[in-house]
Ligand binder design. Structure first.
Ligand code: ZN
Ligand code: ZN
Length: 107
């Protein structure tokens, strides 16, 4: 009989034993991953706030002339990797199709 067992994971309905912060390995890691990924990609809270006025300005996709799909994402006209900025003049609304089409190596 051991008293060294940790308390259960704090995540509701999680059957695993909790770790140092009261979360099991799975949930502790998922939390760290989602934070790290958002920061790495530069799409944190600031980016989410930046998107709102762009989607309001461009309610319809601006990537392809004549596309009438609703904007669901915000696209950099000049990619950040090529020196593009987060200025509204470098941002445009994009529908789900054209946003996906512009991503490299997804075909
Ligand atoms: Zn858990
Ligand atoms: Zn489109």
């Amino acid at each position: 009989m051991s008293t060294a067992l940790a308390a259960p994971c704090r995540t509701p309905r999680c059957p695993n034993a909790g770790g140092p912060r009261g979360l099991c390995r799975q949930h502790g890691r998922a939390y760290e991953c989602s934070r790290g990924t958002a920061a790495q990609r530069g799409y944190g809270a600031a980016w989410r706030q930046l998107r709102v006025p762009i989607l309001r300005r461009d309610p319809v996709c601006k990537v392809e002339p004549g596309c009438s799909e609703p904007s669901v994402e915000v696209d950099h006209i000049q990619p950040k990797a090529l020196g593009g900025t987060d200025d509204p003049s470098n941002l445009r609304g994009t529908c789900v199709y054209h946003n996906r089409a512009r991503r490299p190596q997804t075909a």
